[in-house]
Design a protein around this ligand. Structure first.
Ligand code: HEC
Ligand code: HEC
Ligand code: HEC
Length: 136
């Protein structure tokens, strides 16, 4: 094997490992059409899980950066195409100083935005408990 070939093989091996690791940690970059949102842990699961649709939000032209963020100071440095972490990676189950806990992070985002739109007389998603937490 000559040097060039060896380098190419090494590069291939590294790339392969990196993408395999990406797949293992579930760091997706493409939005799944629909998801079921559920907080699990002691004290949770009192309410039925919530169905969430990326498609409907895309149709409503809501930018990815309205919901996905990675703050450096006050600046959101997350951009479409970068991997997305679970909200839970940063918002813990219990409140911490200066950090929204997971339930309030979901509620603030999932209720806050539709409420503002409704107040502007625009079409928006549900804001009542039972319209989000539905037993099917
Ligand atoms: C816009 C949608 C939306 C509305 C409206 C909403 N929730 Fe939620 N809620 C969520 C999402 C998303 C989560 C996180 C996923 C999960 O565990 O259900 C959540 C989580 C929760 C949890 C923690 C998880 C659990 O099951 O223990 C509770 C409790 C809860 N909501 C209660 C309520 C109550 C009470 C209301 C009405 C006052 C309400 N929610 C309205 C979307 C909503
Ligand atoms: C209205 C809010 C909202 C918008 C807009 C939005 N997302 Fe999401 N996205 C979510 C929520 C909520 C989750 C679930 C996070 C979790 O499970 O912790 C999610 C999850 C994801 C995931 C991870 C899926 C997984 O299985 O872990 C990817 C990738 C993603 N979104 C990409 C995008 C892209 C790309 C866009 C823009 C085209 C986008 N999202 C727009 C709210 C949104
Ligand atoms: C990489 C870490 C990280 C991830 C992932 C993340 N957040 Fe945040 N989020 C933060 C930080 C840091 C803040 C600012 C401090 C605070 O308000 O808790 C914040 C603030 C918020 C706020 C307050 C309003 C705002 O945007 O400043 C909401 C609501 C919120 N996050 C919801 C979510 C939801 C829902 C998800 C999943 C779709 C999510 N976050 C994923 C780190 C993250």
């Amino acid at each position: 094997m000559n040097k060039v070939c060896l380098l190419a093989c090494l590069a291939g091996l590294i790339l392969g490992t990196v993408s395999w690791l990406g797949a293992q940690t579930g760091s997706l970059t493409e939005a799944p059409a629909t998801m079921i949102l559920r907080i699990s842990g002691p004290g949770f699961g009192r309410k039925p899980p919530v169905a969430f649709s990326h498609r409907e939000h895309e149709a409503g032209r809501v930018a990815c950066t309205q919901c996905h963020h990675d703050y450096r100071g006050r600046r959101n440095v997350w951009r479409q195409g970068l991997p997305v972490e679970k909200c839970q990676a940063c918002h813990g189950l219990r409140p911490e100083p200066r950090r929204l806990d997971l339930k309030n992070a979901f509620h603030r985002q999932c209720k806050g935005c539709p409420l503002r739109l409704q107040q502007q007389g625009r079409r928006a998603g549900p804001i009542d408990c039972r319209d989000c937490h539905r037993r099917s």
